[in-house]
Design a protein around this ligand. Sequence first.
Ligand code: FE2
Length: 247
Amino acid sequence: MPLTRRALSGQALAALATAGLAQLLWSRDVVAGAVRPALGAWLTDLAEMTRALRGRQLGEREFQRLLDDLCERVDPADLHAAVDLDALMARAALPDTGARSVDVDLAALAGAPRLGFGQRVFACRRGRAIVPHGHDDLCTAFIVLSGRWRGRHYDRLETHADHYVIRPTSDREFAPGDHSTVSDHRDNVHWFQAETDRAFVFNVHVACHGRGGGSRVYLDPDGERLPGGAIRAAKLDKLACVARYGG
Ligand SMILES: [Fe+2]
């Protein structure tokens, strides 16, 4: 019998999840078949910006500023129409701690074979968190789809063998439609705690020039306070960070 999504049992899906295939299947299930024209144009604009960044016609600071402007312009209702959150909830069980992430691919909705940047939805139970982390060589944006979140950001100032030096830049509530951006140059570290159930964030992420590939670095922002408001943030591995901050 051919392998179809309908034929996959929950047990089989669980097994496939370890290989990443189930997530791909889920992402096809959660993307709508049609896109509102404004969202298609928004995705096309971001794809053009991404090409300009990779071609070095745009610097990373300018790209982040434009990404902020772009996020101001997206209608959260259009994102809701494009990503079926109920289907996502049905497919992807939320973890007891930390966040669930599902890659989605909206390229077809923009009439393009590929967009050149990643798209993902994060989901948390109430009280759980997208744990504190920074990125190397990545510009990324969070746009809240639903729920309320507490979002904290830090500049990453220095890198040492066992710690980073970070400085808090913002700590505020995020409601649907609110957004923030991250780059190597501003607000590199972010940390989002879900204050309600059905807490979803839409994410776009653009690897910059392929140096570090956008990899995450995990850290402990509850470290020694240094002169001038900075923090000595110990490096953590992912498991330790989720254990401490996942909720
Ligand atoms: Fe991130």
